[in-house]
Design a protein around this ligand. Structure first.
Ligand code: F6P
Length: 466
């Protein structure tokens, strides 16, 4: 680990690159994650003096911190579990996530009551713990890139502690338009903006989210001040995906999936409409299934000839509304299968256990990819599918996904709320001529890989230092 006041490049995020499990014999087992930041940091090399500050998330992580076990280049903060739960579940995932994704059912929520204020105090404590750790670890003039809505207050707090640093913040989510953002209590909205505006530079995934932030800053904080705003559209990692998608475990998963999908009555291969998501409210899995049901109603010729392969992996299950949503996804899949299924045909093949190799297998064999979020920062699935698709895949894409800014031209656009139009888009995607599908997939893959993760990170870093 880089020693105190030594790190030249620092990353701060709630979830770090490693997590720990305690085994029955008491030993600790480390699991390493992937993603854009991991590739970015490896791109700057082991000698760059990089340090990743993250939070301990579970009991294993806390135990690792207490035993002094860690990875080189990672500092995990042992924030008390109750403070973390308030900050992460209560504020970040229930208030800020909901505001930026516009997820509230407004007749009854949000209610910003005394409990919210109590949780907000924890969010401040949690942000302060990050700011203090970063201030301790950063070398004179170091560059710090703070990630996401969990840590909106960090740039402002860190600026006060260490005015010498170059501070960046990157949002992986959308940003709410002013008329939705101002749902937050005025003082909280002002505090969030002040925190963010403590940065030298703010990064967003699309122009739409950057413009929304700028509009909020102008309306509620008197403008951007000296803070610069930039857009870096994180792309798919083509080299990694193409290699990983051709390992033997993925081939095995493909064979198993083909078995589950089965053959059409005429003996030909069944078509597949694939979706892969965290079971996340913003992903719109339920309306996707309703659209599939509508397709079977409107176009009975597709019955027994198409399967909706839906992977909905558990996410944020501490929140009741997420658990309910997961249950609703399951219920609807069962309903559709009971209503339309035959002894040889299961219309919806739903898997809820996270399996990356199986996701890649589904990407490879998909005829149609359905990516229909209500609102999404980017959506990397939309970018990954065209990269690994074997035969070309038609992409049905929500116009509310960040990825739409780059992929819209070669996708079939949908309004995520319009189930009838989505059913029609699915039909259009299924009948797209093979040649056109392949051509579009090539162009989609090129657009999807325009800014690979390592470059995405380096670009931000040099813009911050400029
Ligand atoms: O989109 C924001 C984000 O924080 C992503 O960076 C991440 O992949 C996703 O949400 C999952 O979040 P969590 O850490 O809560 O599982």
């Amino acid at each position: 680990m880089a020693s105190t006041h030594d790190a030249a490049v620092l990353v701060a995020s709630n979830r770090g690159p490693v997590s720990y499990d305690v085994h029955e014999d008491g030993s600790l087992h480390a699991r390493r994650g992937g993603g854009g930041l991991v590739s970015g940091l490896s791109a700057i090399g082991p000698d760059a003096g990089a340090l990743w500050v993250c939070s301990a998330l579970g009991d294993g992580d806390r135990e690792a911190v207490r035993r002094g076990v860690g990875e080189p280049g990672v500092r995990m903060l042992d924030i008390p579990a109750d403070v973390h739960a308030d900050a992460y579940n209560g504020i970040a995932n229930s208030a800020l996530w909901f505001v930026h994704h516009m997820l509230y059912q407004t007749p009854l929520e949000p209610v910003f009551d005394a409990e919210f204020r109590r949780q907000w105090a924890s969010y401040e404590t949690y942000n302060r713990a990050f700011a203090e750790a970063l201030a301790e670890e950063a070398a004179e003039g170091a560059a710090v890139v703070v990630q996401d809505y969990h840590l909106t207050l960090v740039p402002g707090m860190l600026r006060e502690l260490r005015p010498d640093l170059r501070i960046g913040h990157f949002s992986h989510t959308p940003w709410a338009p002013p008329e939705y953002f101002r749902m937050l209590p005025d003082d909280i909205a002002a505090q969030v903006l002040r925190g963010m505006l403590g940065a030298d530079r703010l990064g967003f995934l699309t122009h739409r989210w950057a413009d929304a932030f700028t509009a909020c800053a102008e309306q509620f904080a008197g403008g951007l001040g000296g803070t610069r705003v930039g857009v870096h559209g994180l792309g798919a990692d083509a080299d990694f995906l193409r290699e990983r998608a051709h390992e033997s475990d993925v081939d095995e998963r493909m064979a198993a999936l083909r078995e589950e999908i089965g053959a059409a009555p005429d003996g030909g291969a069944r078509r597949t409409i694939v979706r892969v998501d965290r079971t996340e409210l913003s992903k719109n899995i339920v309306r996707g299934m309703l659209a599939f049901r509508q397709l079977l109603e409107d176009r009975p010729e597709w019955r027994e000839r198409v399967v909706h392969v839906a992977f909905a992996y558990p996410s944020r299950q501490d929140l009741e509304v997420y658990r309910e949503y997961t249950a609703q996804v399951r219920r609807l899949a069962e309903e559709i299968n009971a209503r339309y299924g035959t002894p040889d045909w299961t219309p919806v093949v739903l898997h809820v256990k996270d399996d990356f190799a199986r996701s890649l297998a589904a990407y490879r064999l998909a005829d149609v990819a359905l990516v229909n979020p209500i609102r999404d920062g980017m959506n990397l699935v939309a970018k990954e599918v065209p990269v690994v698709s074997d035969q070309g895949c038609a992409l049905v894409l929500s116009r509310e996904a960040g990825a739409f800014e780059e992929l819209g031209e070669d996708a079939i656009a949908v309004n995520p709320y319009d189930v009838v139009a989505t059913a029609h888009a699915l039909h259009e995607a299924l009948v797209m001529p093979v040649g056109e599908r392949a051509e579009r997939t090539k162009r989609l893959a090129a657009a999807a890989t325009a800014l690979p993760p390592a470059q995405w990170f380096l670009e931000q870093l040099s813009a911050l230092k400029a």
